[in-house]
Ligand binder design. Structure first.
Ligand code: T5A
Length: 210
């Protein structure tokens, strides 16, 4: 089973993904947790280029950004996700192809059909069985994300947090449209509530599917 977590900055994906992993392992499932971009040696190097604002006078062109995310995905799917699924493990992935549609498509304005096509190649056709979309207002998410960044060590991964509120509103709109189009796969969860309440709802969704 392949489960992805999606949503705007600071919606609470990582928190909920880890809690779900604990729940599933308690039930005896073997889980693999990965994140995008990253999760492989090359992927983590690409992550650093994409998210850390260092010596960034030139900026990253939107198409270059798209291909960097896709390159990271190819490595992750081929080396980690596909083998884990073949071994019958549950794969929990922090962001996947929906992020590319919403951030590079709705956010940056790249052609969404082209992104879908590139996504098919970069995933080798693997699609999530369930996607948990955690939704919250942009201001709430950004406030949480900045708090997390200020408390983190090392170079801050804040390239997207520096984007305009309008950019993040577009991304959120993209997610809500995707959820409307694919209600069977994408489960919309209200991320403004308490962490434990959200966790219980996500466990109910996943327990039913499993
Ligand atoms: N990206 C990614 C693209 O542009 N294209 C792509 O194709 C892909 C794959 C990845 C960035 O790359 C972009 C999108 C992203 O900008 P990331 O590491 O996934 O970066 O970054 P974020 O999504 O920004 O990760 P965050 O950590 O900021 O957000 P999360 O994971 O949603 O939030 P989380 O769980 O870390 O929580 C943040 C803080 O809020 C608290 C937590 O304790 C934590 O302090 N929190 C809550 N507080 C109150 N109530 C709740 N319900 C809370 N839930 C969490």
């Amino acid at each position: 089973m392949f489960i992805t977590f999606e949503g705007i900055e600071g919606c609470g994906k990582t928190t909920q993904l880890e809690m779900l992993r604990d729940h599933l392992e308690w039930k005896g499932k073997r889980c693999v947790v990965v994140r995008e971009p990253g999760g492989t040696e090359l992927g983590e190097r690409i992550r650093n280029i994409l998210l850390v604002m260092e010596d960034d006078t030139e900026g990253i062109e939107p198409w270059a950004e798209l291909f960097l995310y896709s390159a990271s995905r190819v490595q992750l799917v081929k080396n980690i996700i596909k083998p884990a699924l073949e071994e019958g493990k549950v794969v929990l992935c922090d962001r996947f192809t929906d992020s590319t549609i919403t951030y590079q498509g709705y956010g940056r304005g790249l052609d969404i059909d082209a992104i879908r096509c590139i996504n098919r190649y970069s995933t080798f056709g693997i699609r999530p069985d369930v996607t948990i979309l955690i939704d919250c207002p942009v201001e709430t998410g950004l406030k949480r994300a900045w708090r997390r960044i200020k408390n983190s060590e090392g170079s801050p991964e804040d390239r997207f947090e520096r984007e305009t509120v309008r950019f993040h509103e577009q991304v959120r709109r993209g997610y809500l449209e995707l959820a409307q189009k694919e209600p069977e796969r994408i489960k919309l969860v209200d991320g403004t509530r308490e962490i434990s309440v959200i966790h219980r709802e996500i466990c109910d969704i996943i327990d039913k599917v499993i």
